[in-house]
Design a protein around this ligand. Sequence first.
Ligand code: ACO
Ligand code: ZN
Length: 175
Amino acid sequence: MGTDKESKTEIFGLRENKKDFIIRRCTSDDLDGVIEVNERELPEDYPYFFYKSILDNYPDSFLVACASNNFEKIIGYVMWRIERTPSTNTLKLINKGHLVSIAVSEVYRRKGVATELLKKSMPAIKQKGISEYVLEVRVSNYPAINLYKSLGYEIQTIKKAYYRDGENAYYMVRK
Ligand code: ACO
Ligand code: ZN
């Protein structure tokens, strides 16, 4: 974490120019920064080897956002995996791109960072041969639900008590 003064400079920079962040592929050197963002922004935490295995298996769709004045500073990430599960319509087994996790540091939110992370990572996971994009999101997580709706995702079902604290998840799908 930077000092208060440093983050203010960065926010100012982002306000001046909406695209004052860059999106690039994650490397193993970035994983500590990714984990830091995840642990700060989301209650769902994963062990290091989980991130590493997603990076090893799906490197093209594991992207990070960095402040454009500091390419090392991770301000957001997105990671996907592929799962083979029945299609809701036909029950035939199909490959789906499963959004494992996305988060953006609070001070950098509402500047289009998550939208860019998704727009750049979705074609990358699609190249692996998937028929739909899927994800779970807490039913109370309006920012994320709105983000996904803005990208064409629709709520398909509710998964009851999906989270450890008992909260339900929406299962959202984009064909
Ligand atoms: N309230 C309402 N709508 C919102 C909000 C909000 N606070 N934040 C984003 N949106 C919607 C809006 O439609 C927005 O477009 P607009 O700004 O033009 O109105 C659109 O999403 C795109 O917003 P971005 O700026 O691209 O999103 P941002 O970079 O702020 O990141 C995110 C959104 C990732 C949900 C962020 O709030 C975050 O990190 N939250 C905590 C972590 C989290 O909840 N991650 C998702 C968990 S589910 C999963 O990972 C599968
Ligand atoms: Zn999931």
